[in-house]
Design a protein around this ligand. Structure first.
Ligand SMILES: Nc1ncnc2c1ncn2[C@@H]1O[C@H](COP(=O)(O)OP(=O)(O)OP(=O)(O)O)[C@@H](O)[C@H]1O
Ligand SMILES: [Mg+2]
Length: 219
């Protein structure tokens, strides 16, 4: 598709820039410009990769997963970014949570986006609470923040590709669109509740592994 067509020249720009960078001394003013090109190219390819994620279905490996491991791995990646903030991270995990079936990398991408969104919503600090529980034959994951919240008129738009309230260069508006697609692929659901000025809660429901096996057997 189009995303693939764009990726190829981007890879070219990226490697030629890299080449020039190694040939340009750091004191040369051109070095800074090349660094900028490199960063912007990286950003463009991130956007394209997110777009690729949209169209890509199938050929992703699904396996039985412990959702707490996926969450912990995501948090570990995020922790350096929370270090210099006033954000308190809380983990309240339910006991004896059954496994789900999914792709760890993709689910990690979903949690990462939700956690980064929560962080961005709390520039003054606050609490980022992650709760899990086994409820109504599903695994329920809640991500709560005490941030700025989402205006009621924007709630219906947050999953739209390119909807963002973040500044240019800050957000692409693809995070939730991609996350929504990934949760659909997992036969899950995603819900949001938000109070402007108080905070936001995202809920993700994923089917337990046993019920996915049953559904597959019934197909
Ligand atoms: N926890 C949250 N608190 C407040 N607003 C939120 C929250 N999560 C999402 N939003 C709103 O939804 C918009 C879309 O979110 P989404 O993750 O899709 O894109 P983004 O974060 O703006 O950019 P990207 O994820 O591509 O870097 C955000 O710009 C923000 O306005
Ligand atoms: Mg986002």
């Amino acid at each position: 598709g189009v995303a693939h067509e764009v990726n190829t020249p981007l890879t070219g720009i990226s490697s030629y820039t890299q080449m020039l960078l190694t040939q340009t001394p750091t004191i040369d003013p051109k070095h800074l410009v090349l660094e900028k090109i490199k960063r912007q190219t990286l950003r463009a390819s991130e956007i394209v990769n997110n777009l690729l994620n949209f169209s890509r279905t199938g050929n992703v490996e699904f396996a039985e997963l412990d959702i707490h491991r996926v969450l912990d791995d995501t948090i570990q990646l995020l922790e350096p970014q929370l270090r210099n903030t006033q954000i308190k991270l809380e983990r309240i995990y339910g006991e004896h949570l059954p496994n789900t079936i999914g792709n760890a990398t993709k689910l990690q991408q979903v949690f990462m986006n939700l956690l980064i969104n929560a962080r961005d919503a709390m520039p003054q600090g606050g609490t980022l609470a992650i709760h899990t529980q086994y409820r109504d034959t599903a695994i329920l994951i809640e991500i709560n923040d005490t941030g700025v919240g989402i205006a009621p008129e924007n709630i219906a738009k947050i999953y739209d590709p390119f909807f963002t309230t973040k500044g240019v260069g800050q957000g692409t508006g693809l995070g939730l669109a991609v996350s929504y697609g990934i949760i659909q692929e997992h036969k899950g659901r995603i819900f949001v509740e938000s109070k402007p000025g108080q905070g936001t809660q995202f809920q993700i429901k994923l089917p337990v592994a046993a019920s996915r096996y049953q559904a597959l057997a019934g197909d």
